[in-house]
Design a protein around this ligand. Sequence first.
Ligand code: DOR
Ligand code: ZN
Length: 344
Amino acid sequence: MADQSLTIRQPDDWHVHLRDGAMLEAVAKSTARQFARAIVMPNLNPPITTVQAAQAYRERIRQAAGGGFTPLLTAYLTDSIDPAELERGFREGVFSACKLYPANATTNSAAGVTSLEAITAVIETLERIGMPLLIHGEVTDAEIDIFDREAVFIERQLAPLLERHPGLKVVLEHITTADSVDFVAAGPANLAATITPHHLHINRNAMFRGGLRPDFYCLPVAKRELHRIALRSAATSGNPKFFLGTDSAPHPRNAKESACGCAGIFCAPFAIESYATVFEQEGALDKLEGFASEFGPRFYGLPQNQGTIRLSREPQLIPERLHLSGVELVPFHAGENLPWRLQP
Ligand code: DOR
Ligand code: ZN
């Protein structure tokens, strides 16, 4: 009989969208309830591009999340961002990393980078100071099939980038393909990847089951089953190049369920239970702690958390909707039973 409870070192979320204003108030505690730290994405409107803006945002997050949670801020790269500002923010402990959005790849990415060549000076600075570059790895060319955009990005952009800058620390964020698994696994130690709970649970059919299902739409979009299987095997392998990043990306329900629904899955509320479910299904619960709590800090050069969390094997029905601080949200796994429950 399976163990009835599981205690692990407290995990961190190495990729999350906490937003700002009312949405930040609504979602921050979902993350803080499980994770000691989180790498917070900078794709606000306007994006976080200065040390001063990051400090102010960090304070707003601390207020919304409450005590015991450490937000780690990122800088949003644009074609014209000043590398000296990034270096100063990194040295002062305000910026933990830089986020590269190819322009127009996803939500609030219009101000993103139009070509890697445009930011050569930035990349040279990151490589020199050891500041991680977090990449949304999709090409944006409309003629490339949306299901191929991650694999084409690796071939056309990422592989040449790593050849030009062998010392650059790179996290390929929210990987969705077997191609990415293979590329990261075969790459140098300074290349890693985050994996979301939803890409471990769903394949692309989820978006079309019985009708159009916007709650399963995110970017990069979920791929075929063979890719999901490859992601599950990477996440549960114990390979330290793969670690936890939820990419929880909340949008109000009416913005998801509309004629042009926003990309993003709100997976934060039950994220650790969601991952635990996958690891149990794969017979790899003993690998959860490395993936969730050890490999991320190791890559970022940060200490591991000292506290622990306890999950009990106790089914919980995930609500169809959440009303948090006046915002209506649909959580990932809405209406499903998850076999694990995080103990308060
Ligand atoms: O689905 C997504 N939503 N993918 C992203 O890359 C951005 C995110 C968001 O900010 O909503
Ligand atoms: Zn994201």
